[in-house]
Ligand binder design. Structure first.
Ligand SMILES: Nc1ncnc2c1ncn2[C@@H]1O[C@H](COP(=O)(O)OP(=O)(O)O)[C@@H](O)[C@H]1O
Ligand SMILES: [Mg+2]
Length: 255
């Protein structure tokens, strides 16, 4: 089982779009896949037409280990399940703070699923909190979307600094450019510059595309309803590259 967190300190960078589409493509490859919608706003659950509600809320989830399967919902697609968001996730930080293994609670929660899933994707809310630390500890790989602007580059530096923590050294970090406008010189320059300096930057990128926005109207992953669109194609290439890098193993993949 590989656990992949789609994470950024920033909001609105394309995390949910990536989590929804990559989990879908992963499941399409035949891998047993679970997507955990960790954002209390529940956008990933919405895209998959699953009610953003979890029995017992965040507290129930953290307290009753082993009852996770009852809270997991099927999606409309083969091999793909969803652990929905819940509004109470907004209190997750407090609850984690009260729990015994405050930094490893998510890891312990997901442990019993090892035999049930090949991949778990986590769609994270933007923050640097105890929730994020739990995500980092539970993850094998963190994928961080970056809009090619100067500020986002700074955010990526902050993430790298955080991941230097001794307990997080084994976690791989990859990054991809999101909402790219190829006509903008600044986008092209930042992409070129950053790709040269950082090994963990993926070559595939996601263009700015209104098809991605249509996911909210269709309430479905992009490759499902517009597989041949530029966006659908870009997500397929991105997933292929991520998978190749995972299978390649090794380190030196830090974004
Ligand atoms: N590649 C893209 N092109 C155009 N719009 C996008 C793209 N990716 C995401 N969006 C839109 O931008 C908004 C934020 O994206 P989202 O994936 O929810 O970001 P996050 O999860 O990081 O907050 C959404 O309205 C989404 O439809
Ligand atoms: Mg989101």
């Amino acid at each position: 089982m590989k656990t992949i967190a789609i994470y950024s300190i920033k909001g609105g960078v394309g995390k949910t779009a990536a989590a929804v589409n990559l989990a879908y493509l992963c499941a399409q490859d035949g891998a047993r896949t679970l997507l955990w919608d960790l954002d209390p706003q529940g956008a990933a659950s919405f895209y998959y037409r699953v009610k953003a509600k979890v029995k017992g809320g965040a507290r129930g989830l953290l307290q009753r280990n082993g009852e996770l399967p009852g809270r997991i919902k099927a999606t409309d697609f083969p091999n793909l399940d969803l652990l929905p968001a819940d509004l109470s996730y907004r209190h997750m930080d407090l609850l984690l703070d009260e729990s015994k293994k405050r930094k490893r609670a998510f890891g312990r929660l997901l442990e019993p699923l090892t035999d049930d899933y090949d991949y778990i994707f986590m769609d994270c809310a933007p923050s640097v909190t105890l929730v994020s630390e739990n995500v980092f500890r539970a993850a094998d790989l963190i994928i961080s979307p970056v809009i090619p602007t100067t500020l986002s580059v700074r955010t990526l530096n902050q993430l790298s600094a955080f991941m230097e923590h001794p307990k997080l050294r084994d976690v791989r970090v990859m990054s991809f450019f999101s909402m790219v406008d190829g006509r903008r010189k600044l986008h092209r320059e930042i992409m070129e510059n950053l790709s040269q300096r950082r090994k963990g930057i993926l070559r595939s990128y996601i263009p700015y595309s209104s098809d991605v926005e249509r996911m909210g109207i269709r309430r479905a992953p992009l490759p499902e309803f517009a597989g041949r669109s530029a966006g659908g194609h870009a997500f397929r290439l991105l997933w292929r590259e991520i998978k190749a890098r995972i299978e390649d193993g090794g380190d030196g993949n830090r974004a």
